[in-house]
Design a protein. Structure first.
Length: 293
């Protein structure tokens, strides 16, 4: 078991990563907000295969939380995270303070248009500006590197890919399939908020996606029919639905119910179970959705 170094300052982090690169090593970064679960740890496993030095960033980013969201309640457990990462063989952890990332003179926002207009962007104003701003800053501190992200937040992954390409950042973006727990529930730090009954109701998201995927494999291509299968499962279980969207998997442009999908179709969900907002998605024609015991 390796005891990872913990960096809290920019200069010490840059010095360590420069030493890795000067010795011919490749740096791989896994950005997180901590409260790590098996989904995060499988990102770490993918990172270990992608390079020589794995750095996990742990930072609960205030700029991606809106008014009334759960910034203050968001779970934080750096020591627990460090123990989990040690068991997975991580080399370094970057755990900066809010003051370091956003000093009083900070005035910059990085924004990506179009891709952020729908889905979570429509329901969480300013959220993606906070995401792209902090990720751009992390890339500024750690690149050149490879960066690993989960596909559970498909829109976030698409936005970060676009930002990285548009700004010519020396970062290779790798997306890793969603990790699911019992019954198919997508792993999330926010799952800790769910009570027993709520956890059972939360399974409706993955059940709906599996129903749509099964219909797609049988030849159904009508966007409205596929979306309707998901709505049928989620509507009766959720306390509130922000969106259930059928969209182009590349552009994220929404499809109308009358549209006919080609060989791939994104179905994305955001729904509230109790007080917990959950997201999930599947790219029909690409993702394998098998029920987890």
């Amino acid at each position: 078991m390796k005891n990872p170094s913990v960096f809290t300052e920019k200069a010490e982090l840059r010095q360590a990563l420069d030493q890795v690169r000067s010795a011919g090593g490749e740096v791989v970064v896994v950005p997180t907000m901590g409260a790590l679960h098996e989904g995060h740890l499988q990102l770490v496993d993918a990172a270990k295969k992608a390079g020589d030095y794995v750095l996990v960033t742990v930072f609960v980013n205030p700029k991606q939380f809106g008014p009334g969201e759960d910034f203050d309640l968001y779970p934080r457990d750096l020591e627990g995270d460090r123990a989990k990462l040690a068991q997975r063989g991580v080399d370094g952890i970057f755990a900066p303070s809010v003051a370091l990332m956003y000093p009083p003179e900070f005035r910059t926002t990085v924004a990506v248009s179009d891709l952020t207009a729908g889905m979570c962007g429509a329901h969480r104003p300013g959220h993606f500006d906070g995401v792209t701003t902090v990720v751009a800053k992390l890339f500024g501190l750690t690149s050149p590197c490879t960066a690993i992200f989960g596909r559970k937040d498909y829109q976030q992954l698409a936005v970060i890919r676009r930002m990285t390409e548009d700004l010519c950042l020396p970062v290779k973006i790798v997306g890793v399939p969603t990790v699911r727990g019992a019954g198919g529930l997508a792993l999330s730090s926010r799952n800790a908020y769910l009570g027993k009954d709520e956890r059972q109701r939360a399974l409706s998201l993955s059940r709906g996606l599996r129903a749509a995927a099964a219909a797609f494999s049988r030849g159904e291509r009508r966007a409205g029919a596929l979306r309707g299968l998901v709505v049928e499962h989620v509507e009766s279980a959720a306390d509130r639905i922000d969106y259930i969207t059928a969209a182009d998997s590349s552009t994220l442009a929404p499809l109308s119910d009358e549209d006919v999908a080609a060989d791939r179709l994104l179905i994305a969900i955001a729904a509230h179970i109790g007080k917990t907002r959950l997201i999930d998605n599947a790219v029909l024609g690409e993702d394998l959705l098998e029920e987890t015991p």
